[in-house]
Design a protein around this ligand. Sequence first.
Ligand code: FAD
Length: 460
Amino acid sequence: MSGDGPSLVWFRDDLRLADNPALTAALERGRPIVAVYVLDEESPGIRPLGGAARWWLHGSLTSLADSLERLGGRLTLRRGPAEDAIRELAASVGADAVFWNRRYGQAEREVDTRIKSSLTAGGILARSFAGSLLFEPWTIQTGQGGTYSVFTPFWRACTAGPPPRAPFATPESFPGFSGPIASDQLERWELLPTRPDWAAGLRETWQPGEESAHRRLTTFLHESLARYGTERDEPAQTVTSRLSPHLRWGEISPFQIWHATEQARIGLTGTAQASATRFLTEVGWREFSYHVLFNSPRIATVNLRPEFDAFPWPKLDERVLEAWQHGRTGIALVDAGMRELWRTGSMHNRVRMVTASFLIKNLLIDWRLGEQWFWDTLVDADAASNPFGWQWVAGSGADAAPYFRVFNPELQAKKFDPHAVYIRQNVPEYGTDAYPAPIVDLGETRRAALAAYEQIKGMK
Ligand code: FAD
């Protein structure tokens, strides 16, 4: 398209300059660029961000704006329904092309489809790209043309084809649009908590932004990749990549991670080399979560296995839910995980499984309440991976753990945190009189959960 207006690049879950196909396309077009982020809390069906995610978004937008300014550009901020914001901005700057990277949730896709048709109807070029997933959901199909509901064949199908494309180059300059553009001020969005400011632990733990994401990847590949396969389940080890919030916000792309890992693998042998495969397989679980989200858009609220709709959840005792949320259950590994989450906005994967299993199968609380708490408190809260993880643990999901697999948090602690290092890091009073007694008996509640499951087993 060879109009002479500026191009608009709409940043969404891809807050980076490097390996950004939408930005690359705009740069190739050779016209001045208007970079915009829209805080859309109003379009129908868009799930409002949780508190920790809002905190991250503030940092990530600050970082993206700084990077653009260093290259001579700037980031325009708009708030409101994206359809109105993008149309209005395109009209006000006279843009004749709009570029973005695709999203995969249903509400987001509907918004994007509407915007694409209204821009196109107005004579504006609208183009979208694959920037956030290695394998877009509709490109991976079973032999019969269906969708996958089991991970292993899904990942086999993904990896059977050509490898993911190489990352696009990092732009060296940015032809910013020089005309006037109205922009919101980030501070006015009030994404950061103030009364009270509960984000001290998040600030200590995380540094949002593209540069920080790449530092983390480099450190991980040098220091931990070789041990990942054998130590990734131990929460006291800092062996996993901790890239999930950076991936969630697209500060780094899976293409960059894939190729950097393949590069790092070259120098490895034996179990270290197998570790690299294992790591990329975990990145594959993220792809699978999106495959499932795309095909079951209501994954955060609807059981993927309908027989679970009849599960006899007892009446909710709010005090029990609060004890879980705040890490006061008297079950040490559960409390350690829930306190880590509250303090840092994150939790180790093994402990996510244990705390989720405890809520669903020992406290008999509906998984959706746990999912919502994680959604609000995780910096990596992800519309696909979070509900997918919860339904996996509940047994109601795709390729899920069977319901009768109840994690025993004491055995899990013995196995994965044998010296209680992780527990003590997060529960300083552990082992003293100040630590509460368990709020439930693990054996009894397990039996009650299995009895409840018997009632729905075989139902459809
Ligand atoms: P690594 O082990 O270094 O893995 C690399 C990357 O692969 C991760 O950053 C992540 O993007 C992806 N990944 C790894 N494991 C999984 C998995 N099981 N499912 C999907 N992707 C995976 N992950 C989120 O990103 N956001 C969530 O909201 C989220 N909620 C979860 C809720 C529950 C109940 C469970 C059991 C898991 C959840 N996960 C979620 C998956 C997993 O726990 C995190 O991705 C992982 O702990 C992040 O740490 P890491 O970056 O060090 O992972």
